[in-house]
Design a protein around this ligand. Structure first.
Ligand code: SF4
Ligand code: FES
Length: 383
């Protein structure tokens, strides 16, 4: 594990960041769903620590000043916040493009109309399955969730709001992929994200029950490639594969602190939603500093900017400016040190081990899932 990092002398040598383009506002960690692949940190922010409406209004006013164009309201479930409509309106008045990332189980026609009237630009709904309500609800950890999502998606399209379907795929639902694609078309979505689970946060606890086999992954990739060709002009499909089977890592978040940041429910500015899991980094809060200062000077954001921090093999690699060494959160989760090469990379000394681990775990006949219990604790599905 890395020790607390002294970054006080780094400011001079750290490259100036580009202007951030998009921000994910995590309004709350509260959520009615219990998804076993939740990528939020193990230690969730309490409701009493959340930023107030006034805090958020001030933060929203600061976003255009530092170049931000898009604001994604997320969580947890952002609809739990009573001030969501007000903040969407405020963001629109500040000139920001607004997107609501939601489970949709708290949406109804009245809320959809209020959000549309407030100027919301786009909605993204996550789906846990397509075929059997009970199975989708089992994954979500909430009875009745799937039907509510279907109804909310229809209301969103009736309100003429653009819709993205986010299909989170894993070993227990990959056989439903063709129906998930059909579902997105039937709902009138303009975009479908087929996103294999990424194993950060709570998802790491359920990796052995969720990671697909290599055969499943290859079949899913064929299905997606065929659908992309067939549905050209009807549905845009984005595809995210599980890192453990990759040869080269993804350029996570476009690079640490490059074009994007997260604001956690309690106001911390993070390069991604999982970064709070990296021990030894202290993230600055909008409660203590203006956003412009944080973006430029926060030691934690500067820690992995540029390439000076890299170790071998990244340090001398021809791809270092392209993938920026992969994902720091994954490097930390799998090796204990965020400075290490992401083991998703075939050049990482840990890559073969991770690949073998994926093969072993995916072959297990395991369906039981661990869920976060409301109010703390853990419960296990009968599955
Ligand atoms: Fe990317 Fe590092 Fe792998 Fe090179 S060694 S491909 S820079 S992760
Ligand atoms: Fe944090 Fe990849 S999720 S850097």
């Amino acid at each position: 594990m890395s020790e607390l990092i002294d970054t006080s002398s780094r400011e001079e040598t750290t490259p100036h960041p580009e202007m951030p383009m998009a921000v994910l506002a995590e309004m709350t960690h509260r959520c009615p769903l219990r998804c076993p692949y939740c990528s939020n940190p193990l230690a969730l922010s309490r409701a009493s620590d959340e930023l107030s409406t006034e805090d958020w209004r001030r933060v929203i006013d600061e976003l255009p000043e530092i170049g931000v164009l898009q604001l994604h309201f997320s969580g947890g479930e952002p609809l739990i916040r009573k001030d969501l409509v007000e903040l969407v309106r405020h963001a629109g008045q500040a000139g920001l493009y607004t997107n609501l990332i939601t489970s949709a189980v708290l949406l109804d026609a009245t809320k959809v109309a209020a959000l549309a009237e407030a100027g919301l630009n786009h909605v993204q709904i996550s789906f846990q399955g397509s075929r059997e309500e009970e199975e989708a609800d089992r994954i979500a950890g909430m009875p009745g969730a799937h039907l509510r999502k279907l109804e909310a998606a229809r209301q969103i399209r009736e309100a003429d709001l653009p819709l993205t379907v986010n299909a989170v795929m894993h070993r227990q639902n990959l056989d439903q992929l063709p129906e998930m694609i059909d579902l997105a078309v039937d709902l009138g979505a303009g975009r479908l994200e087929v996103a294999h689970v990424q194993y950060y946060g709570w998802a790491l606890k359920n990796r052995a029950a969720l990671i697909p086999t290599l055969d499943q992954l290859e079949r899913a990739t064929e299905i997606v490639e065929e659908a992309i060709r067939r549905l050209k002009g009807i549905l845009v499909i984005d595809y995210v594969i599980p890192d453990y089977y990759a040869r080269r890592p993804k350029q996570c978040m476009g690079g640490w602190g490059q074009r994007f940041f997260n604001i956690s429910p309690d106001g911390k500015v993070l390069p991604c939603h999982a970064a709070a899991s990296i021990t030894g980094l202290s993230f600055d809060s909008v409660r203590d500093h203006p956003l412009a200062w944080i973006w430029r000077h926060s030691p934690a954001l500067n820690r992995y900017r540029g390439v000076d921090w890299m170790r071998a093999p990244c340090r001398n690699c021809e791809y270092r400016e392209i993938d920026r060494g992969g994902c720091r959160c994954q490097a930390f989760a799998l090796t204990g040190e965020a400075e290490n090469t992401d083991p998703a990379c075939a050049l990482s000394p840990r890559h073969e081990e991770i690949f073998a681990l994926a093969a072993t775990e995916s072959a297990e006949d395991r369906r039981r899932l661990l869920y976060r219990a409301h109010g703390g604790g853990v419960w296990e599905s009968e599955g």
